[in-house]
Ligand binder design. Structure first.
Ligand SMILES: [Zn+2]
Ligand SMILES: [Zn+2]
Length: 140
């Protein structure tokens, strides 16, 4: 698994590869341990019950997909629909569907915004939930 996170002590952006069994992953700048909230599930490589970096109990998965690209594609389809008698809408819907099948999901933490990639564990995370997102945003 690849993890991209921000050190809670010095705010330095960090990226590292996580392998089991888990070893220490200190921050490259201030040496604070990044994986400061490991649980038994995390250590056993089971579906996570909390974020191993900040301890928040909510994680989500979404497509690792450039959202602007997706929206741009839809807009293009709508604009061209007039000239193509709606065919462009079908086409962009098809492309969108095709992309969503091919792009693997990424996991993320609502609280610390860490990102997780390249792991089957991500598929066990809940889909993105706007209410939870707002909840954690209000906490900050
Ligand atoms: Zn640090
Ligand atoms: Zn977190």
């Amino acid at each position: 698994m690849n993890i991209s996170t921000t050190c809670s002590a010095c705010s330095q952006r960090q990226e590292f590869e996580l392998n089991w069994p888990i070893t220490v992953h200190p921050c490259q700048k201030c040496h604070q341990e990044l994986l400061s909230h490991p649980t038994q599930a995390f250590l056993n490589q089971e579906p996570w019950d909390q974020c191993p970096l900040c301890g928040a109990s909510h994680l989500y998965q979404r497509k690792d997909f450039n959202q602007k690209l997706g929206i741009g594609l839809i807009v293009l389809g709508v604009v061209l629909a007039y000239f193509t008698y709606g065919l462009s809408l079908l086409l962009v819907t098809g492309i969108d569907w095709w992309l969503s099948k091919r792009i693997p999901p990424m996991g993320a933490c609502y609280r610390c915004k860490s990102e997780f990639r390249n792991s089957k564990l991500i598929r066990s995370m809940e889909p993105f939930n706007l209410q939870l997102y707002d909840y954690y945003r209000n906490l900050r």
